[in-house]
Write a protein that binds this ligand. Structure first.
Ligand SMILES: [Zn+2]
Length: 420
């Protein structure tokens, strides 16, 4: 043993009590002594939290809905508003401009376009009316800046490429109105690609769909592969020059639903540099126990009212009342926060920590036992901390992974634009 080593050891032993005092005195240095609740709340408050998909804008055009007021979600009042975003510690959110799939005719396309424009207007107006609480966000840095100002950052995504119709120039119009991603289709096929919940028609991405992808790459708009069929997914990855996202999807290995991504798709997504944003819609998290009576009654209710966004205000109110009565008659056991975090665990096990995030689908069916509305999202962080995820890992899950993809998509656009 050299003299220097002895000296080091002696020095270390005499300094040890001072070190221990400092470590115990500062919980930040000795985080393992921080109680779970305290640690989870601290991390949840410190990291930027981004939810990449909510359908709240469907409510914005209703005069009785005020984004700046606190609502009661269990009375069907909606799961997201600015006061509850603050309460739940959600810093940034993507509001979906959703248009449900109807006739693929010039008239149908035109109606879809008009509906999309109205929804963009409603979002802009709601933000303007509550400018002390929220701000429109357009680039990744906006979320960090707006969070520092103590406000909520509202991004816009478009769910369903149907409002593009057959006019590629509309993509730039939607981009200029603030849309930063487009979910290529919804529950039915459109002119862009096949849906995961419809019969194969194009067997993936159509020729027009390829042009849509190229135009989005050029503009720096994120391509969202949630809802699209497996063939469409693989086609998109073949032609996209930029990484993609699945804005609200889970792992099929844990819940066998066509809306979810299987392990092979997860691996492909990683090759592409993309990210899957775990959804908390109960039926995508855990396969519901079959109940034929309930399923038949639900089918009848769906047939009676169709899509809520297409109804008059009065009919929508009636539909919601009947839905509430239905839920009371056939109470459903929702999947739990623990069930949802199992999906994060699985994705991390298959492809690592850098390719997973969170997109709740609140107001589009999202909500769990323990995370029913936006005020309860801290319970996801609590479960992650309980399972041993570090602050750095949680920061990635809650926003950094998604923001990396967002930045990369913008970089690719610059490259594509600079090619003569
Ligand atoms: Zn959706």
């Amino acid at each position: 043993m050299s003299g220097a080593m002895v000296l080091h050891k002696k020095y270390f032993l005499s300094a040890l009590p001072v070190f221990m005092f400092l470590l115990y005195g500062c919980s930040g240095i000795f985080p393992q002594h921080e109680p779970l609740e305290v640690k989870a709340a601290r991390i949840h408050g410190e990291v930027l939290t981004v939810d990449t998909h909510v359908d709240t804008p469907m409510r914005l055009s209703r005069p009785q809905f005020n984004l700046g007021e606190l609502h009661e979600p269990r009375k069907g009042d909606g799961k997201v508003d600015l006061p509850r975003m603050k309460e739940g510690g959600l810093d940034a959110v993507f509001f979906a401009v959703f248009v449900s799939q109807r006739a693929r005719t010039p008239e149908g396309n035109n109606k879809a376009k008009e509906r999309a424009f109205r929804t963009f207007d409603a979002i802009q107006e709601a933000i303007k009316a509550h400018s002390s609480m929220a701000e429109l966000a357009l680039v990744p840095d906006d979320a960090y800046r707006i969070e520092k100002a103590g406000k909520r950052a509202i991004y816009i995504g478009m769910e369903n490429g149907y409002p593009i119709g057959s006019d590629l120039s509309l993509i730039k119009r939607y981009y200029d109105l603030g849309a930063r991603y487009i979910t290529l289709c919804h529950t039915r096929n459109n002119d862009i690609c096949d849906s995961s919940t419809d019969k194969p028609e194009h067997h993936g991405l159509s020729e027009f769909g390829e042009q849509v992808v190229a135009e989005m790459n050029l503009l720096g708009m994120i391509i969202d592969v949630s809802h699209i069929s497996d063939d469409s997914f693989y086609d998109v990855l073949k032609v996209s020059k930029a990484p993609v996202i699945a804005s609200h999807s889970c792992a099929r290995a844990l819940c066998d639903h066509p809306r979810n991504l299987d392990d092979e798709m997860l691996r492909k997504l990683v090759e592409n540099g993309g990210v899957i944003q775990m959804c908390i819609l109960s039926a995508y998290v855990k396969t519901p126990v079959p109940n034929s009576e309930r399923d038949a009654a639900m089918k009848a209710l769906r047939e009676k009212y169709g899509n809520l966004s297409e109804l008059s205000e009065e009919d929508e109110r009636k539909a919601r009342e009947e839905r509430r009565a239905f839920d009371e008659k056939y109470p459903r056991r929702l999947a739990t926060v623990s069930d949802a975090v199992d999906h994060i665990d699985h994705i991390v096990r298959i492809v690592g920590i850098d390719h997973v995030g969170i997109g709740t689908d609140f107001d589009g069916g999202g909500g769990l036992d323990g995370c029913y509305d936006v005020s309860e999202i801290g319970n996801i962080t609590r479960e992650l901390v309980r399972r041993g995820y570090t602050e750095k890992q949680i920061r990635k899950i809650w926003g950094e992974n998604f923001m990396r993809v967002f930045r990369e998509v913008m970089k690719v656009a610059h490259k594509v634009q600079s090619v003569p």
